[in-house]
Design a protein. Structure first.
Length: 145
């Protein structure tokens, strides 16, 4: 596994330790992590702090040129909101740990020219399967069900 997905998984595990949902994300530009985050909706009482949103917020203000060189890593397939943010900033590549437990609008994102890499990572799948089994009500809240 590459170091960037490992960093995203570490973020996901941190979210779980904090009592949140185990999804993590990192933003990489020119081979280095410039932002990292995890789902903090529960911890912050937030409507929008999914892992990707937290990651991009923590990266701070970047230029359009920065985003156009970036790769967004996420342990789980990004939802409509997070995918839309990646599209808004023209992030050309998203590396996804897994899309078995949840799949965002991947076909649409691809149709907009974004390269998606799906890793089917067993650790990412297990994190989500265990969490969904233990806290289905919290998971359903997170995905708007």
């Amino acid at each position: 596994m590459d170091e960037f997905m490992r960093a995203a998984i570490d973020e996901a595990k941190q979210g779980l330790v904090e009592g949140g949902i185990p999804i993590g994300s990192v933003l990489v530009i020119d081979g280095r992590i410039v932002g990292r985050g995890h789902n903090r909706r529960v911890q912050k009482g937030s409507a929008i702090l999914h892992a990707e949103m937290d990651c991009l917020e923590n990266a701070g203000r970047l230029t359009a040129r920065d985003y156009q060189r970036a790769t967004l890593y996420s342990t789980l397939s990004p939802c409509d909101m997070c995918s839309g943010t990646a599209l808004l900033y023209n992030i050309p590549k998203v590396v996804i740990g897994e899309n078995k437990t949840f799949q965002g609008p991947e076909a649409y994102v691809r149709s907009r020219g974004v390269e998606l890499v799906i890793l089917d990572d067993p650790e990412c799948i297990q994190l989500m399967e265990d969490f969904i089994a233990a806290r289905p009500e919290l998971w359903n809240e997170d995905i708007g069900v």
